[in-house]
Ligand binder design. Structure first.
Ligand SMILES: N[C@@H](CCC(=O)N[C@@H](CS)C(=O)NCC(=O)O)C(=O)O
Length: 226
């Protein structure tokens, strides 16, 4: 087997790549990140410019950044789920949504997590502090609600294809975790319905199920649902 995905079963961006692989039943080997290895000494630490994961390898080819991983899989390992639309105009819309979910949904979830970790390990605060950086968390929540508002209007005016695509890969993990840290309220009924649809999607449901044993690792506290 030539394809290998380096990642962690509980990581949102690893899910983004897994959804694409599962949707097309693409054979691959999963290489779980060994967290006991110092970040920049690990394979992913060296392969990715910021030491992040997942990283896909295909023989000698190394692909970093999940949007590119999904594009690579669409090109080299096509299957029943057209991950990238063949119509160029549809593909532009999909790439736009991919950026929206990564930057303004998942980006703000990660901003909250970063605030939590920085604060927790802040030596100036005496090592461990119970309170996360409240202002940073509040700002990220405001931006999440702004992203929900944008998505609500977009989903009201546009249709998404029913099959798994780049959009599914980006939307499912980001809306999953975003709702944990800033619940998607009744006012965002289209976004809520879309999140429910994504959770029922078999390739995403599989990634969520495989990650259940890790839920206690969620730094901001995992709710008892989903
Ligand atoms: N833009 C990157 C984001 C990847 C990312 O944020 N990965 C997280 C795991 S979900 C990570 O590597 N976190 C550890 C770190 O940043 O050191 C992508 O699309 O691949």
């Amino acid at each position: 087997m030539t394809l290998q995905l380096y990642g962690h079963p509980f990581s949102s961006y690893t899910w983004k790549a897994l959804i694409a692989l599962y949707a097309n039943d693409t054979p691959f080997e999963f290489r779980e990140i060994d967290q006991s290895v110092p970040k920049y000494e690990s394979f992913t630490g060296k392969a990715h410019p910021a030491g992040q994961f997942p990283v896909l390898t295909d023989g000698d080819a190394i692909v970093v950044e999940t949007s590119s991983i999904v594009e690579y899989l669409a090109l080299r390992y096509p299957g029943p789920a057209p991950l990238i639309a063949s119509d160029p105009a549809e593909a532009v819309v999909a790439r736009m949504l991919d950026r929206v979910f990564d930057h303004y949904v998942m980006g703000n979830v990660q901003r909250m997590m970063a605030a939590y970790f920085v604060n927790k390990d802040d030596p100036a605060a005496g090592g461990m502090r119970d309170e996360p950086l409240a202002s940073e968390i509040a700002a990220a929540k405001v931006m999440l609600r702004k992203a929900y508002d944008w998505l609500e209007r977009w989903l009201a005016a546009n249709e998404l294809p029913p099959h798994v695509s780049l959009v599914t890969c980006a939307a499912a993990p980001s809306l999953f975790y975003a709702d944990w840290v800033q619940p998607i309220g009744e006012a965002f009924s289209n976004v809520r319905a879309y999140r429910r649809r994504l959770l029922a999607q078999p390739s995403f449901a599989r990634a969520v199920d495989e990650a259940r044993p890790y839920r206690q690792l969620f730094p901001l506290g995992a709710p008892d649902r989903d």
